[in-house]
Design a protein around this ligand. Structure first.
Ligand code: FDA
Length: 287
């Protein structure tokens, strides 16, 4: 049984690319950059992974064409598990390389989202494999809740890579991941500042005012230009704050998912905040 898309529409732009593009333009008009994400993950069938690769190539082409037509401002985020990472890492690498060839040719930046800890190591390995050939067109995500992340942040600073730092959205065991929000927040704060200081144009991905204020104060006190980093938030979460951050003169990029495979993404958003569950239930009751 398919659930109605209206359920997810607060967090997901549309089920098609054609439906998502007007949402990108609307965000651009409000002064925001966008990261487009075609939803899908943990694919176990080669045909499905190949179709995902082709859909992503076509997305990159569309973004480039719309950019030259009317200045559309978007880059692209992908989950490697959608392109065959769980089937065979070499197969996934081939798919990733094909996508990055198009991205470089069309000058569109691709961000590799970070997923569950079962594929953290593999994702970082694949990133390091392609990074030397595509340093300006591929970036990575690191999760502050993982205990390993300090080393990964240091490594990405050495590489001068583009990193999005986030808290982390998957359920991970205490042996490898901090569980207390206070600790996760402290770690995020440290990593965000390391990345601003030592790496290239990091994405500070959080809706957490305390972290946002801390990063703003750090940049001000240390004399870092506002072009040195960007804030990033998810589509549909704290839209007023998103606009305020733009009015305050900072870069803000909105992560904009679209596509029919929205259920896992939607479930993660509900799990993060019980207010989100109430929002969805209220809207359903209104229909
Ligand atoms: P969190 O949910 O911890 O809330 C912190 C505070 O923010 C709250 O106490 C409240 O003050 C405020 N707040 C949050 N939501 C609010 C709302 N709706 N209304 C009012 N106040 C609110 N994860 C991952 O594992 N891999 C990835 O690749 C990514 N990618 C990614 C991209 C982008 C752009 C973002 C913003 C996030 C991700 N994430 C992610 C998800 C991330 O790891 C994390 O799960 C969520 O961002 C939630 O953590 P926050 O710090 O945003 O706020």
């Amino acid at each position: 049984m398919r659930l109605p898309f209206a359920l997810a529409s607060r967090f997901v732009a549309a089920e098609t690319l054609e439906g998502a593009l007007p949402v990108v333009r609307d965000l651009n008009r409000k002064g925001m950059h966008v990261a487009m994400d075609l939803l899908g993950e943990y694919v176990t069938d080669r045909d499905v992974a190949a179709a995902a690769r082709d859909a992503y190539i076509s997305l990159v082409q569309t973004v480039a064409e719309e950019r030259s037509r009317d200045g559309l401002d978007a880059n692209v985020s992908i989950k490697l598990s959608m392109m065959g990472q769980k089937i065979d890492e070499d197969y996934c690498l081939d798919n990733l390389r094909s996508l990055l060839e198009t991205a470089r040719e069309r000058d569109v930046f691709i961000r590799l989202d970070m997923e569950g800890s079962d594929i953290t190591e593999s994702t970082l390995r694949l990133f390091e494999e392609v990074y030397p050939d595509f340093p300006d067109h591929v970036g990575i995500v690191l999760q502050a809740y993982l205990k390993r992340t300090e080393r990964d942040v240091e490594r990405m600073c050495e590489l001068n890579a583009r990193v999005r730092i986030c808290k982390g959205a998957y359920k991970e065991p205490a042996s490898i991941a901090h569980q207390k929000m206070k600790t996760i927040r402290e770690r995020f704060d440290v990593y965000a500042k390391m990345l601003i200081r030592h790496a290239r144009y990091p994405g500070i991905a959080t809706h957490d005012d305390r972290l946002i204020d801390s990063v703003k104060a750090f940049a001000r006190e240390e004399g870092f230009d506002r072009d040195r980093f960007e804030f990033q938030m998810l589509y549909g979460i704290r839209p007023d704050t998103q606009e305020q951050i733009v009015r305050d003169g900072y870069h803000m990029r909105i992560y904009l998912p679209y596509g029919t495979e929205w259920l896992p993404y939607f479930t993660r958003r509900l799990r993060e905040r019980k207010e989100n569950v109430w929002f969805v239930v209220r809207n359903l009751l209104r229909r």
